[in-house]
Design a protein around this ligand. Structure first.
Ligand code: ASP
Ligand code: CP
Length: 351
């Protein structure tokens, strides 16, 4: 049986912790190698993929995921085959995803798939004879982005347990947010969700988080961010029982409900996402209030301990004036793609 990674739940706690730990070592090795180019001491990058081939099958555009997977494979001594655009593959003649996965498995040792359908990775994996890694399937999941997010967050905050992370934007169709909320609940972070109106997390996802981790995120509205920034102590959770099973109701605004009998907390991270316009099925969300972070919001002293994250690409959710702020971590998230994916590729190839 091949070792597929289709959702964040395909990785155990121990595996995720080990990936994050080993990615740190890998990043240090990559840095030493860069320094060696300037006369320093080169660290040895493991050639653990030597002689192995990765096939990247991207039915949707990508910059970070595709190029960092490909860079990871080359860095490990492996090679990459690909269709520059799946429209130039036989998919355009009507070949099914199942047949493509089956055929390409006979050319490569690992497949990396991005597709516009929810569940495409699972379908492809059922027909693949080698490990398949989901690089984003429709509005469903993007587990390797979550590994990068957890890695960056843990490095910045030292831990995931007990930190408070606000996730804002298009939570309905944002697959990075879907994988992230499951992982954060699992590692016992507190979660505040700030969906744009009409872009709330799907019920099935919140139900799963409630069933699996006994946790229900706090819900806030985009307009509350200013209030959170100005008066972060107004944001309270129920710290005595943050991870006990609460009776699951719905995703209605419930920040006020949680104000009672609680200790003040700090907003450790704000994770923004862009509206997923390419997967929008109607125009009812035209003109909705969408959370945007600018200097005015982010320079408020009450947010001095808050790191700012985004899986990228950004389309106006974060002002570029914040890029030089040391708390802006989105380019570090993107850079972590190489060491994190190197470790993941090593892992699936070793099994
Ligand atoms: N790049 C991420 C994804 O493919 C996030 C985004 O595109 O908004 O899901
Ligand atoms: N974060 C992310 O998945 O970026 P790409 O869509 O550019 O791969």
């Amino acid at each position: 049986m091949s070792r597929h990674v289709l959702a964040i739940s395909d990785l155990s706690d121990e595996e995720i912790e080990s990936i994050l730990r080993r990615a740190e070592e890998m990043e240090a090795t990559l840095e030493r190698r860069t320094e060696a180019a300037h006369g320093g001491d080169a660290g040895a990058i493991p050639r653990s993929a030597a002689g192995r081939i990765m096939a990247t099958l991207f039915y949707e555009p990508s910059t970070r995921t595709r190029l960092s997977f490909e860079a990871a494979m080359w860095r490990l001594g492996g090679a990459v085959i690909s269709a520059s655009d799946m429209k130039s593959s036989s998919a355009s003649k009507g070949e099914t995803l199942a047949d493509t996965a089956k055929v390409v498995s006979s050319y490569a040792d690992v497949l990396v798939l991005r597709h516009f359908w929810d569940g495409a990775a699972r379908v492809a994996a059922e027909h693949a004879d080698v490990p398949l890694i989901n690089a984003g399937d429709g509005s469903h999941e993007h587990p390797t982005q979550t590994l990068c997010d957890l890695y960056t967050l843990k490095r910045a905050k030292g831990t995931l347990r007990g930190i408070t992370v606000a996730i804002g934007g298009d939570l309905k169709r944002g697959r990075t947010a879907h994988s992230l909320v499951r992982a954060l609940a699992r590692f016992k972070a507190n979660i505040v969700i700030i969906p744009a109106r009409g872009m709330e997390f799907p019920d099935w996802l919140l139900q799963k988080v409630a069933e699996e981790y006994g946790y229900r995120p706090t819900v806030a509205r985009p307009g509350d961010l200013k209030a959170l920034a100005r008066d972060v102590n107004a944001l309270y959770l129920a710290p005595a029982r943050p991870h006990q099973l609460t009776l699951f109701t719905d995703t209605e605004f419930d920040l006020q409900e949680r104000l009672a009998e609680a200790e003040p907390i700090t907003l450790d991270a704000l994770y923004m996402t862009r509206p997923q316009r390419e997967r929008r099925d109607d125009t009812t969300d035209d003109g909705v209030e969408y959370l945007r972070v600018d200097t005015d919001t982010f320079q408020d002293p009450t947010m001095r301990h808050t790191v700012l994250m985004h899986p990228l690409p950004r389309t106006g959710e974060i002002s570029s004036a914040l890029d030089r702020d040391p708390r802006a971590l989105y380019f570090r998230q993107a850079a972590s793609g190489v060491p994190v994916r190197m470790v993941l590729v090593e892992m699936v190839l070793a099994e």
